[in-house]
Ligand binder design. Structure first.
Ligand code: CP
Length: 346
């Protein structure tokens, strides 16, 4: 990818919060994420993801007023071809609380690769904005856009990946369990979707074991399972796919699901209902998980379809902590991609 230009006086943007952050930084040289893209989870190493989570937890514990001068004069362009509540608002609030500015364009104004090539759009927008978040359909035009951009490009959801959701998911699990290492996370339902893919990549890099529970039609490919195993091996992470929801959740610390039909695939709704109904997350399913198991969902949710109301509205559910953590984890992402701070909190 193209590196973002080094901003003159980048260090001068340090403010109260950054100074506080610096107090926590290791002095030894450490990787910086400045200028990098975040299109898929594996754009970052396990160490970089861990550092981002530590920064997110740190920022979450700071008062908003302390953070308002971290990104002064910076503009985040948000180009969303598909609907969004959480991703849009959490990025906007995160950027605003960091002292930056956001501009938003929806599919009426921006459709990647329609009025002009992704490369030309990226080159032009890189002259205005300091970072760009894109929510789009196919992943390939997003990759082409990022390859031509000279500012960080963040994937706000594509057909292949939802990496900013995965950051919030890991932060939420880390808060609940203290460590991600050794956790078993069971994703039940449409295990081929973008949320499951990014969650799984993040989980195995963090040393967790990912279980997928789905019918064969919604099972991750053998190629992807092999990739997950290879990614996880150095960190103690692993991945397995099951054709039974009960087997997938046995002993799991987390049961996670998502809607059965992703945006743009509404023609498959009835077929998905027919094959996925044995994979609905119910209180009965939780009997097979660990006693302390929590329920997660990226939202929006369809009660009575992929999850019962008694689970998502019950005591095991952490879905609104998870939604809140979109903002904290994305704040860390923006700080890491848009400032020249070296090293990460210890
Ligand atoms: N989880 C998530 O991406 O929500 P939105 O579609 O509302 O942004």
């Amino acid at each position: 990818m193209a590196a973002a230009p080094i901003l003159p006086g980048g260090v001068a943007i340090l403010c109260t919060i950054c100074i506080n952050i610096q107090h926590m930084y290791v002095l030894a040289p450490a990787p910086t994420l400045y200028g990098r893209h975040f299109l898929t989870v594996d754009d970052f190493s396990a160490g970089e993801l861990g550092a981002l989570l530590r920064l997110a937890a740190y920022l979450k514990g700071r008062r908003t007023a302390e953070q308002s001068s971290v990104l002064p004069g910076k503009t985040l362009a948000m180009l969303f071809e598909k609907p969004s509540l959480r991703t849009r608002v959490s990025f906007e609030v995160a950027m605003t609380q960091l002292g930056g500015h956001v501009i938003f364009a929806d599919g009426q104004e921006f459709l990647i690769g329609t009025r002009e090539s992704p490369e030309d759009a990226a080159r032009a927008l890189s002259r205005y904005a300091d970072a760009i978040v894109i929510r789009t359909h196919a992943h390939e035009p997003l990759q082409r856009f990022a390859d031509a951009a000279t500012v960080p490009v963040i994937n706000g959801l594509s057909a292949a990946a939802h990496p900013s959701q995965a950051l919030a998911d890991l932060l939420t699990m880390q808060e609940r369990f203290g460590s991600l290492q050794g956790l078993t996370i069971a994703f039940v339902g449409d295990a081929k979707n973008n949320v499951a893919a990014s969650l799984a990549e993040a989980a195995v890099l963090a040393g967790a074991t990912m279980h997928f529970g789905s019918p064969p039609s919604h099972r991750p490919s053998e190629h992807f399972l092999a990739k997950l195993k290879a990614m996880g091996k150095p960190h103690g992470g692993d991945a397995r796919a099951f054709c039974s929801a009960v087997r997938a959740v046995r002993g799991a610390d987390v049961i996670y699901t998502d809607v059965w039909t992703s945006m743009g695939e509404e023609a498959s709704t009835e077929r998905n209902r027919a094959v996925l109904s044995p994979f609905r997350v119910t209180e009965e399913l939780f009997i097979h998980a660990a006693g302390h198991a929590i329920f997660m969902h990226c939202l929006p949710a369809h009660r009575g379809e992929e999850v019962t109301a008694s689970v998502i509205d019950g005591p095991r559910s952490v879905v609104f902590d998870q939604a809140e953590n979109r903002m904290h984890s994305q704040k860390a992402l923006l700080v890491a991609l848009m400032t020249t701070l070296k090293g990460f909190p210890v």
